[in-house]
Unconditional design. Structure first.
Length: 95
């Protein structure tokens, strides 16, 4: 039973280490999406869409995604960056 507990703990540590690896594919995807979202946000701001509710939501999500990236929470970062990009696109739609 004790050996099973140790192997379970070792497996969890190993899995956690892979998820927070800054060279992992998730980390690279997070970084790529953050870069795209920031570029799109800058473009939307330059076009005068910075006063919209969607723009504000996108800014908040990008900030959150950056924090998630710094803490190695790459799946959360990817999710936030993707959602931010949707809000940025929606901020530019004429209503």
């Amino acid at each position: 039973m004790k050996i099973l507990s140790y192997s379970l703990i070792f497996s969890l540590v190993l899995i956690t280490g892979c998820q927070t690896n800054p060279a992992s594919s998730s980390a690279r995807e997070c970084q790529r999406l953050l870069k795209l979202a920031n570029q799109e946000l800058d473009f939307a701001k330059a076009k005068g869409f910075s006063g919209t509710v969607e723009f504000t939501k996108a800014t908040t999500l990008i900030t959150g995604a950056s924090i998630q990236y710094e803490f190695g929470k790459y799946p959360n970062c990817i999710d936030k960056a993707k959602r931010a990009r949707v809000f940025i696109k929606n901020s530019q739609i004429k209503k």
